[in-house]
Design a protein around this ligand. Structure first.
Ligand SMILES: Nc1ncnc2c1ncn2[C@@H]1O[C@H](COP(=O)(O)OP(=O)(O)OP(=O)(O)O)[C@@H](O)[C@H]1O
Length: 968
């Protein structure tokens, strides 16, 4: 192309120079001035890496004065162009803009502009971009998205719950698996899924103080989620600079005390617009109609302002049925609106459980079954579903699922509560109780006598409670002159036991911190045994340090002495021996204690050793727990109701342990009650819950299909390519491990996730579980996700030229491969990506506009192509510029059809889903008068807004590649 003074050109190799202007030329060279950097460059005329910049009608261009022109036509005079069109600032039509007056800082972002400006990418970058688009969009829709990339074993019941809940819009559930079955992991998986799908951005986790760090570490280690811990100090510090410190972080952990103890903090938290609230150990939220606890009220406020809420507790009914109801009410006030009704319903689970079993079994429904189903779901005509449920077609299954969902929703605790039990999950170790009966020292006998006289006026519960801890009674009565540690035979026994089991890690739990502290001192002074202690008097860091010392294999403490707070949430499954120096009052606390060891990951049978003094309240309690409830060797779902039923009698025995008349009979009655309640639960409520919670065969299939995605070859290939292009060095280490380090030619200087001194990665789950230092790489890992973002948010790979060496086609045949993206803009709270995530559409057009994409798959075609250098590519483009414009125009018509179909599909899906949601609430309204019309209107309004946004969805060209056939 001949050069003329005033023409604008751009450098193919240094696009950051901006637009150059021809300012001089001679026979062989041309000089361009690049005003953006104030430099001249000299190029050889014959073969220089520069491209003529020419715009077309329809383009918007910017003048050096800053105003913009929408080009209508282009005039050429003596080789120099003048663009004519409408000025966007003044709306003046027919305004001219000579090319010399174009803004020199112009950059090209649209793929077609880059193509014409010669800013061609390498071919492998184009492929990477397309794959990145494809994988990223699939991420939003992948059935197991958020579940595959966690560093955890694939455990069916956990995956089932996470899969059920993680896909919900604003999930509100109570995760109530028995102790140690992995509620933290389930919550983490749900959070992870919701974050990945863009359903939530701001997450608040509220936990007991003792568990803050454990959560922090678990979220990071297993899910790569960086939470920030907020305590008083951090809050006060940020308050100096920010109105609401909680708005400075997206993922926050804080303690329940921290939340509840200051009105100001609670207000700030309430106003911080969380998307998801997680409350661990939710049994701390006590409630009764007359006196709801402060904890409950605080969480209630937060739950009212947060769309998603997860409550976690292993002992949902620990504080009684009323509190249990109140927690369910926090989650779904529409469903749980009347306590009395809830209590009545609790009695009626059996027919519902039977109906669900029948539906799940797949057996034909006879008239009797149909009648009972119609009775249970009487507010709606279910005739068509009943009919469909008996058909021999696919409809059968969906009708049955819908009926089960209706039953669960209207009866029982529905979709809100998940509870797995060891019995349902299986594969847990056996628990053995060892009772060590020790003589009652005379000192205690005397102390009891005195206490009896002094305690006469105390309520029986208090007397019973006091009697459990003879050492306290003794010390109160004796003062400091003599210590109980000198004569209590449990102390001697403990020292002996520890000495005999030097190579075992032993967890010792006692009810009170003082006992733990005194024992620590005694062990140290008398036997030189150094024990870690863990109690409420320690700071959080000290507690974590104690737990870590106990966990350490080398030079770790043999024994951890902890007070009752150590019995909540902590992971000590590396130990298999638990000494209960005394017993707790409450069966749920007993289970919490055992749960420290009886957890996932426990590989040995569990030995529970209880030294107790004969003729004391402890002797009463051990028999009641063991013979009455079988609560040591098995988890005991009936503890609370039996306790409530026999409360007065039990207290009387505890308060007067020497008086044992009728005690054998009492234990027998408790046992009978326990067994009959257990059978009832197994037939009714718990069976229903279990069906809802463990996922049965579906959960097994889920594990199977996630496992199949592990070590995915596509992922490995893509990631290695991605790392290459970003400029990350990869070095194979032994055993499926790889070391990544930043190179000195990185696409961005600080790539998030790769530290300066590198990191170790693996694609192998088992390896990641055994090697703490190795990152487990999946589509969901931040390194991969950040890499995708890096590629897709810029123009890497958005335009390329390739050669197709194929003698069957005429030389010079031109094909255009065009990647469009269909997307919709919407306010975040509508979460439109669940219906329409950014989705690529690939077209492959020949010169006539025929779309060959369906016949020519991306990968196989890509393998037949070869690269051209930029300069040649640019020349090829210039030679067929006109044709390319025409093909692009034809592509618009083709993509419009496909994109519209995609958008229509999304609209249909949104409409169906949201109508179902509306119908559900409407159906519940028939049985629940507290559901207001405006709540129904809100759902309808939401549906309308979503459909409106989808109506506005559009598409744009994201990347293109020109392919030219050659025979060489
Ligand atoms: N899928 C898994 N893969 C590997 N380890 C797991 C998995 N699930 C749970 N664990 C381990 O099992 C232990 C118990 O899990 P977690 O703490 O989540 O249980 P929990 O139900 O919250 O217990 P608690 O009732 O005591 O609070 C933890 O050490 C956890 O790391």
């Amino acid at each position: 192309m001949p050069f003329t003074l005033g023409q604008r050109w751009i450098s193919d190799t240094e696009s950051d120079l901006g637009l150059g202007t021809v300012v001089a030329q001679d026979a062989r060279t041309v000089t361009l001035l690049f005003p953006a950097i104030g430099e001249n460059r000299l190029y050889a005329k014959a073969d220089s890496p520069i491209t003529r910049v020419m715009f077309n009608p329809g383009d918007t261009i910017t003048s050096h004065e800053g105003w913009q022109l929408l080009v209508d036509s282009v005039k050429e005079e003596n080789g120099v162009l003048t663009y004519i069109g409408r000025r966007l600032d003044t709306d003046e039509e027919n305004s001219p803009l000579r090319e010399v007056m174009l803004d020199s800082k112009l950059t090209f972002s649209k793929p077609q502009d880059r193509l014409f400006a010669g800013q061609l990418d390498r071919m492998d970058r184009f492929s990477l971009r397309y794959r990145a688009r494809k994988y990223q969009s699939e991420q939003y829709r992948m059935p197991w998205s958020g579940l595959t990339g966690i560093r955890a074993s694939l455990i069916p019941h956990q995956l089932h719950i996470a899969n059920e809940v993680g896909h919900r819009h604003a999930p509100r559930v109570l995760l109530a698996d028995e102790v140690g079955l992995g509620k933290t992991i389930e919550a983490g998986m749900i959070i992870h899924q919701q974050l990945l799908a863009g359903r939530v951005e701001r997450v608040l986790i509220v936990v007991p103080e003792t568990l803050q760090h454990q959560w922090l570490v678990e979220m990071l280690r297993r899910f790569n989620l960086h939470f920030s811990l907020f305590d008083e100090e951090r809050y006060a510090e940020s308050r100096q600079d920010f109105d609401n410190p909680f708005e400075t972080e997206q993922l926050v952990i804080c303690s329940l005390n921290f939340v509840c103890q200051s009105k100001q903090r609670l207000n700030d938290l309430v106003e911080a617009n969380w998307d998801l609230l997680v409350v661990d150990e939710a049994h701390h939220l006590a409630w009764s109609e007359e006196a709801p606890s402060r904890n409950y009220l605080a969480i209630e406020q937060l739950a009212q302002h947060t769309p998603g809420v997860l409550l976690l507790t292993a002992t949902p009914e620990q504080l009684g049925q009323e509190s249990h109801f109140a927690r369910l009410r926090l989650l779904d006030p529409d469903r749980f609106h009347d306590y009395q009704e809830f209590v009545d319903e609790q009695q009626k689970y059996r027919p519902v459980a039977d109906a669900v079993s029948l539906l799940v079994s797949g057996e034909k429904l006879d008239d009797q079954a149909k009648n009972s189903l119609s009775e249970l779901i009487n507010e709606q005509d279910i005739e068509p579903l009943l009919k469909a449920a008996n058909l021999d077609s696919e409809e059968n299954e969906s009708a049955r699922t819908e009926l089960v969902n209706m039953l669960m929703d209207r009866h029982g605790t529905s979709r809100v509560l998940f509870r797995n039990t060891r019995m349902g999950v299986k594969g847990f170790p056996i628990r053995y109780l060892h009772q060590i009966k020790l003589p009652l020292p005379t000192q205690y006998q005397t102390a009891f006598k005195v206490a009896k006289i002094m305690n006469g006026k105390k309520p029986i519960d208090t007397q019973a409670h006091d009697m459990l801890y003879p050492e306290k009674i003794f010390q109160n009565f004796e003062g400091d002159s003599v210590s109980w540690l000198n004569f209590d035979p449990r102390v001697e026994w403990l020292m002996e036991y520890l000495k005999q089991n030097r190579n075992e890690k032993i967890l010792v739990i006692c009810a009170q911190a003082a006992t733990a502290l005194q024992l620590e001192q005694t062990l140290r002074e008398r036997e030189g045994i150094h024990a870690a202690v863990f109690h409420e008097g320690l700071s959080i860091i000290e507690r974590d340090r104690a737990a870590a010392w106990f966990a350490a294999e080398e030079n770790g403490a043999q024994v951890l002495l902890c007070s009752e707070i150590g019995s909540e949430g902590r992971n000590f499954q590396f130990a298999s021996r638990l000494v209960m120096f005394d017993l707790p009052f409450n069966p749920d606390l007993l289970e919490q204690r055992i749960g420290r060891l009886d957890r996932i990951g426990q590989t040995r049978d569990i030995q529970i050793i209880v030294p107790y003094l004969e003729n004391t309240a402890q002797a009463i309690l051990i028999r009641w727990f063991h013979e009455g409830l079988d609560a040591f060797e098995h988890t005991c779902p009936t503890g609370r109701p039996v306790y409530d039923a026999v409360h007065d009698e039990l207290m009387a025995y505890l308060a007067e342990p020497a008086e044992q008349t009728g005690f054998d009979d009492f234990i027998q009655r408790c046992r009978t009650k326990h067994l009959s309640l257990k059978t009832q639960l197994e037939n009714g409520r718990d069976r229903l819950l279990e069906m809802n919670s463990n996922g049965g065969e579906r959960a097994q299939a889920l594990v199977q299909s996630i496992a199949e995605q592990d070590n995915n070859v596509e992922l490995i290939g893509f990631t290695i390519n991605l790392f290459d292009i970003i400029g990350i060095n990869q070095e194979d280490d032994s055993d499926n491990l790889m070391i990544l380090t930043p190179s000195d030619h990185m696409l961005v200087p600080d790539f998030p996730g790769i530290p300066q001194d590198g990191c170790t990665i693996t694609f192998d789950r088992e390896k990641a579980l055994s090697r703490e230092d190795a990152q487990f790489i999946s589509w969901e890992h931040p390194i991969v996700r950040n890499g995708l973002d890096l590629i897709l948010s810029g123009d890497t790979g958005s335009c390329a030229v390739s050669l197709l060496k194929n003698r069957a086609l005429p030389v010079g045949t031109m094909l255009m491969e065009l990647i469009y993206v269909v997307e919709a803009q919407a306010p975040k709270n509508l979460q439109l990506t669940r219906f329409l995530p950014p989705t690529p559409i690939r077209l492959m057009l020949d010169r006539k506009g025929t779309n060959l994409a369906a016949q020519v798959g991306f990968e196989s075609f890509n393998r037949q192509l070869s690269a051209v250098n930029r300069h040649t590519g640019s020349k090829l483009v210039n030679a067929v510029q006109k044709d390319i414009h025409e093909v692009l125009q034809m592509a618009e018509t083709e993509v419009a059809k496909q994109a519209q179909a995609l958008i229509d599909g999304a609209k249909q899906e949104a409409d169906d889903t949201l109508t179902l949601e509306f119908n559900r609430l409407n159906a519940l309204k028939a049985v629940n008068p507290t559901i207001r019309d405006d709540e129904l209107e809100a759902i309808e309004d939401n549906r309308q807004q979503i459909l409106d946004c989808l109506q506005q969805a559009s598409w744009r060209l994201d990347a293109l590649r020109m392919i030219v056939v050659s025979h060489q």
